[in-house]
Design a protein around this ligand. Structure first.
Ligand SMILES: [Zn+2]
Length: 207
């Protein structure tokens, strides 16, 4: 899957894409500047089919191609500078209080809905080009909406799922029928994906 996605995306990014599987309890996936894409092993248990997993990888690669993480880090720096400037004016006690609130703010900084939708759209183009049904991302969002809030994966807090993200994708699919009409929107057509329960202890992913 990683190879198929790299093949259709590599010409859009100057550094080689590398995919890493990391062990964490909360299903998640994220991309860092430089071409590294991290997939948490728990996600492999959360997804129900190949298309959902492919959709997630394509979405993350799109963040990299769009250089979203770099833009967000620059935004973080701006917030930090502004808060430090304010803290100097206010004195040490208030400065400390602000430092604490700043940590919270930095942690809660997520991509905007526009940035997410844009990564969804590019991701769906990538999936289609790599031969994976791009409806997988829509199916994944539907999964999130149906999951009870206790079990909601970390992925959701980084990637707020809104009906509008599904709608943006559906509009994109309709606008480019020459690319998307050949893909089946019915989740029943998905390729089931499941791992043995003890897969993480098998060390099958040693470099
Ligand atoms: Zn995202």
């Amino acid at each position: 899957m990683a190879e198929a996605i790299s093949q259709v995306t590599q010409s859009h990014y100057p550094h080689p894409f590398k995919f890493f599987l990391v062990h964490e309890p909360h299903p998640n996936a994220f991309a860092t500047p430089g071409g590294n894409v991290y997939v948490v092993d728990s996600l492999l248990y959360f997804v129900k089919n190949t298309e959902q997993l492919a959709g997630t990888l394509c979405h993350e690669v799109s963040h990299t191609i769009h250089r979203d993480a770099v833009a967000r880090m620059e935004q973080d720096q701006k917030i930090k500078k502004r808060e430090i400037g304010a803290a100097i004016l206010l004195g040490p006690t208030l400065a400390q209080a602000m430092a604490i609130s700043m940590i919270g703010e930095l942690n809660s900084l997520a991509y905007s809905r526009e940035v997410e939708s844009s990564a969804d759209v590019t991701g769906s183009d990538i999936c289609a080009a790599a031969g994976y049904n791009p409806w997988g991302l829509v199916w994944l969002f539907q999964e999130f909406q149906n999951a009870d809030s206790e079990q909601l994966p970390q992925l959701l807090s980084d990637h707020p799922v809104k009906v509008s993200r599904i709608q943006t994708l559906e509009t994109h699919f309709r606008d480019k029928p020459f690319v998307f009409s050949k893909f089946n929107p019915d989740p029943k057509s998905a390729t089931p994906f499941s791992l043995p329960k003890d897969a993480s202890s098998m060390q099958f992913l040693r470099p």
